[in-house]
Ligand binder design. Sequence first.
Ligand code: BG6
Length: 465
Amino acid sequence: MNKNFIFPKNFWWGSATSGPQSEGSFNKKHKSIFDYWYEIEPEVFFNKVGPEVTSNFYNSYKEDLAMLKEIGLNSFRTSIQWTRLIKNLETGEADEDAIEFYNNVIDETIKNGIIPVINLHHFDLPVELYDKYGGWESKHVVDLFVKFAETAFKLFADRVKYWTTFNEPIVIVEGQYLYQFHYPKVVNGKKAMQVLYNVNLASSKVVKVFKSRGYDKDGGQIGTILNLTPSYPRDINNTEDVEAARIADTFFNESFLSPAVKGEFPKLLIEILEKEGVIWQSTEEELNIIKENTIDFLGVNYYFPRRVKAKETTCNSKEWMPDKYFDNYEMPGRRMNPYRGWEIYPKAIYDIAINIRDNYNNIPWFISENGMGVEGEERYINTEGIVEDDYRIDFFKEHLENLHKGIEEGANCFGYHTWTPIDCWSWCNAYKNRYGFIALDLETQKKTIKKSGRWIKEVTEKNGF
Ligand code: BG6
């Protein structure tokens, strides 16, 4: 017998994108690190497609939001770009055109009966702040980010009730300072750990401003978005594998989860960094800010698990790297999304739900991204011009079933957002893999609802499936 999966009342059914991946860089006053990277190395980006136009949301937000309504979404996350909103990066003064644009987007979202969830940083550091101060290595940049956040709250918090500080902050550390997949592609473990600390501090300082200025009155809430990749040991009966997984977890999950929810860094992380001589510079005052300004709610991006085994190889890097403590493990027979190269493992959503319930105060949280990027979706277009993406529907169902089980067992999850409403620009992968409920024809900018878009409408109407 088929089971029905009905979700709690007022469940968020929605989808997420970000400013730099959907708006296009029309009328922006500053360049982000991605705008700049594309300028100097366009060949790094799939088919040399850059961030100038992306999905044209800057010009087509009205039509796009109407389509989100048409597929039944009740909530939508995007981000305000620092490089668009802020005219003067030192003072935090806003740009008039950007104020008008974001006001329009927010008003139009609400007019369509959709809850706006606004994020403040989605990998899009203004490149000037890297050139001048070393970006997130600098505590001055932390304070400039706080000014930007304050400007955003002043302008939009009367209507936006759900704010998030960062999207996947660990990716800044990994991409920019360890594994070279984001500009400036530095490899420096010590700097990486300072950045990890500074970004945590920036998030807590923004939470502090939000609360101390009273934006939490009248239903305002602030959270952060973390990509949780639970670490599974190769062999649960091998203590060295289990220890390697525990350390990977502390670096890649708990390093942001613990400060955000509990106000402190994991002891194991501090122990290792002290032993290795790569601990960050902090002050008592800053640590108190982190202690006292924890989040109201958490967003969890989940795509794939991490599989880990005890260290077998020698680390070739001259730099200190977290990888000194574990090796990544390619589990034989793992189920893959071959286009993105990510393992598909829906049960991890259940494990995340139970972990938050048992170890993170059962804080209110939602799945803020989950999705399947597929290359060459034109293959699946039927005679009526619709992409028949049954594989995506199956992917969502499997993940939702696991989420449902977690909720039945007491997880405090209030929503599920997919990545992404309309096919959008995927950083270096540009438009290689498509994730949307709505297909984008890059040449004409025509947008067409896929089969999964019709499916999600039914799900939101029934509050389940
Ligand atoms: C998340 C990010 O990591 O995954 C998004 O928050 C990103 O910005 C999404 O686009 C999908 O990953 P990718 O690399 O395929 O675009």
